[in-house]
Design a binder for this molecule. Structure first.
Ligand code: MIG
Length: 674
């Protein structure tokens, strides 16, 4: 059951397309305090709190305070409160069981037992919101109802389930050719290469550097013949430069965000001084979306939207003030106080909260100060693109994922998990984030495999890939200046080939699970607690995940480990894939096990009476034989799988012809397909 309560003058976020009628009576579970602009819930000692999408810390969010404030912060450390997204949905599971969604575009915080162990306190910046309280049969049911409310998640083209190679630093056609050549030569499967900001002409959106990519359309074609899709980045800021058509047209039509006095708001990002298109204004959004045509026309079929929190390196106004203030430090004896305020001055230039109060949007015909709708910017940039694709190439699925997001954006694209580091702890963070993102509708997601910032190591990359082969977005990405981390930079070529090859064997299963999760508002990745609610130990496990109804994953996420402890909530079949091609299957009883996992092995667990389709290795998605997959099964009596298969490019998602059944009975050697 879904109850909606309206407070104050709601700013329509369009997270929810069809709002239910307002509920009668008092809000259940939560104490509503309008004077303090807060909502309060007294948690039971053992209550667990799930959700909040893209965030730091655990699957159970208890014990910390989180903020919904979309932020470009590459330091994903435990003491942080916010990342790039604002996903205001959580589920309390304990003495009571209910979900809460705060549909509110401004900045808010979720104190989940931080100030007081047993208090959940939600604090808003102003008192205008839609509050949803959802109850249901169990946690999965609550999440399903919420997902139905926010609408169907985005569906990418099939090739986007292949392996993608990315690096901030590929500068030319030849750099890209080299990446493709090395993968193909070593028979390491690959479907896409990402283009970071260097493909553009001086970081101008919707341009291509003519010197390094002299014939871009031609080059796209050349790549496509090798089954490679190029995926260029688009940044939120448009360079301020006379003669650059996107800038000139945007100025002329008044489509950029303005300051209070109506003059354009100038902030610096990659290209130096830049302007932010008013993504919240329908007309400007349409105009910005139309710009993607420039790249679609040249054969591009996928994009990633970056810097759309929006990130600000500095604003003209603040830079001027800081420069002046720095002057005053000249010749002074800098002591404890002055030295730090001196160094902080320069630091304060970037992503300064005060700057987000300096510009305005034209939002549903009203002038609204940015900070009140801050969390909608990335959402609406990606919506601009998504709506444009529907207009410009309605017959096609276009790959789209964004860095910043708000619930509602999940209908237009996926997200990647931003600038992590080549740290083991960030592999674990990647694992933990999957279910909470799924709860909020973000199914097409993954982290930068190998780690974005800092230098990776071969073992970290192997272990990370061994988890990444299960995430819908499987992309190796790293930052300029860090150790190069394409898999061919390392020695264990066979190991890499084996692990990435396994991804391709699993794509029929993964794609099928993806589509069913989308079409049925299910989570593809779940914590053990969601499926084994009466198992008190399972509720504590945060380093294992359920995938679909079939698999349990237990990745290795620590260095120099030859295996790990795994908890089995019931009897399962362990399946081990080794580099030499052997597949070991072994039934293990419920309980605790130490499982050996050598560096290039992949291990997962099949639940009883379940099977998954399992294809042969392919070098790219086009080569996979979806029609005649083999199976991996754990049959006690009979296992059946609902197999979803379409051509991966058309949009008749619900066509019943796409659903097949694969069944295997005990004693049978080959499955029956219906
Ligand atoms: O501030 O375009 O998260 O993936 O490589 C850095 C350069 C800007 C941030 C993205 C990252 C990308 C990088 N961008």
């Amino acid at each position: 059951m879904i109850r909606r309560y309206e407070f104050g003058k709601v700013l329509e976020t369009e997270a929810i397309l069809e709002k239910p009628e307002q509920a009668e009576g008092a809000v259940p579970y939560l104490q509503v305090d309008e004077a303090k602009r807060s909502l309060l819930y007294e948690m039971g000692e053992k209550d667990r709190v799930y959700g909040l999408g893209e965030n730091l810390r655990g699957i159970n969010k208890r014990g910390w305070i989180y903020e919904s404030r979309c932020t470009d912060d590459p330091e994903h450390m435990e003491d942080k409160r916010a990342l790039y997204g604002a996903h205001n949905f959580l589920v309390v599971d304990g003495q009571d069981q209910f979900g809460v969604f705060i549909d509110y575009p401004g900045i808010l915080s979720f104190d989940v037992g931080y100030t007081r162990c047993n208090q959940l306190k939600i604090q808003l910046s102003d008192w205008n919101m839609d509050l949803y309280v959802i109850t249901g049969e169990n946690v999965r049911d609550i999440v399903r109802q919420f997902r139905r409310l926010i609408g169907r998640s985005y569906i990418p083209p099939l090739w986007a389930f292949g392996y993608g190679q990315s690096r901030w630093g590929y500068k030319s056609e030849d750099d890209v050719r080299e990446v493709v050549r090395r993968h193909r030569e070593l028979q390491i499967p690959l479907d896409s290469v990402y283009l970071d900001i260097d493909y553009m002409e001086r970081y101008k959106d919707f341009t291509v550097n003519q010197e390094t990519f002299p014939d871009f359309a031609d080059f796209c074609g050349e790549m496509k013949r090798q089954h490679i899709h190029l995926v260029p980045i688009i940044d939120a800021g448009v360079k301020q430069e006379e003669g650059y058509p996107v800038y000139e047209e945007g100025m002329e039509k008044g489509y950029f965000c303005k300051k209070e006095d109506g003059s354009p708001f100038v902030a610096a990002v990659w290209p130096g001084k830049a302007l932010f298109p008013d993504m919240l204004n329908e007309e400007a959004r349409r105009w910005f979306g139309n710009q993607y045509q420039f790249l679609l026309d040249q054969g591009i079929e996928g994009f990633w939207n970056d810097m759309n929190e929006p990130a600000i390196f500095y604003t003209e106004d603040r830079l001027r003030q800081v420069m002046e203030e720095l002057e005053s430090y000249k010749g002074r004896n800098l002591d404890l106080d002055t030295f730090f305020s001196f160094t902080n001055l320069v630091q304060s230039l970037s992503n300064n909260t005060e700057d987000y109060k300096e510009f305005y949007h034209e939002f549903h015909g009203e002038k609204v100060r940015h900070d009140r709708v801050h969390n909608l910017f990335g959402f609406n940039m990606t919506r601009a693109a998504g709506e444009a694709f529907e207009r410009l190439v309605p017959e096609k699925r276009i790959l789209m994922f964004s860095r910043s997001s708000y619930i509602g954006m999940h209908r237009y694209g996926g997200i990647w998990q931003g600038d992590n580091r080549s740290w083991w702890s960030h592999l674990l963070l990647n694992i933990k984030m999957m279910p909470s993102l799924n709860m909020c509708g973000f199914l097409y997601t993954g982290a930068d495999l190998g780690g974005f910032g800092a230098d990776t190591t071969e073992d970290l990359l192997l272990r990370w890939l061994a988890f990444g082969i299960f995430t819908p977005l499987m992309r190796n990405h790293s930052a300029m200046g860090t150790r190069e981390q394409e898999v061919y930079r390392f020695e264990k070529t066979e190991g890499f080939r084996h692990i990435i090859g396994l991804r391709y064997r699993l794509i029929p299963y993964l794609y099928s699970e993806y589509m069913k999760a989308v079409l049925r508002d299910e989570m593809m990745f779940r914590p053990l607690a969601f499926d084994y609610p009466s198992d008190a130990y399972a509720a504590q496990v945060e380093d294992q995940l359920l995938l679909g109804e079939e698999l349990m994953l237990a990745p290795v996420y620590e260095q120099n480990k030859e295996g790990r402890y795994v908890y089995l909530p019931e009897e399962m079949k362990m399946v081990r894939f080794s580099e030499d091609g052997t597949v070991e299957e072994k039934i293990l009883p419920a309980g605790h096990h130490y499982v050996k996992v050598p560096l290039t092995d992949v291990v997962f667990f099949l639940r009883p009476n379940r099977l998954i389709p399992f294809a042969d290795v392919a070098q790219n998605v086009d080569e996979i034989d979806f029609e005649h997959p083999g199976v991996l099964a754990f049959v006690r009596e009979e296992a059946c799988y609902e197999y979803y298969r379409d051509n991966g490019y058309e949009k008749d998602y619900e066509n019943p012809a796409h659903f097949h059944r694969i069944c295997l009975k005990k004693g049978e050697s080959s499955p029956t397909v219906f």
